[in-house]
Design a protein. Structure first.
Length: 91
């Protein structure tokens, strides 16, 4: 009666060990292969969004479009478009 119970416990432990190995391998692959690719693709987008946030902040402080474009490395056209999004800002 106890033999099937021990057999099931052994199988359960074996499955758990296999699951842990698979998890470690997947985690390793994600960290080594996927994470750098994702970061490489997202970094420019994140930087662009941050530049837009900074530009809007500077425009709210009534800085000129030329100066904001120079400081944020955004085009003057893009800075003007951002300024139009702000309430009460003169172009």
């Amino acid at each position: 009666m106890t033999e099937p119970l021990f057999s099931n416990i052994k199988k359960s432990r074996a499955y758990q060990e296999i699951a842990e190995e698979v998890e470690q391998e997947l985690t390793s692959k994600i960290e080594q292969e996927l994470a750098p690719k994702i970061e490489q693709e997202l970094a420019p987008k994140i930087a662009q969004n941050k530049a837009r946030e900074i530009a809007k902040s500077l425009l709210r402080k009534k800085m000129s479009v030329d100066l904001v474009a120079e400081v944020t490395a955004l085009s003057k056209k893009e800075v003007r478009a951002l300024s139009k999004e702000l309430p009460g800002h003169k172009n």
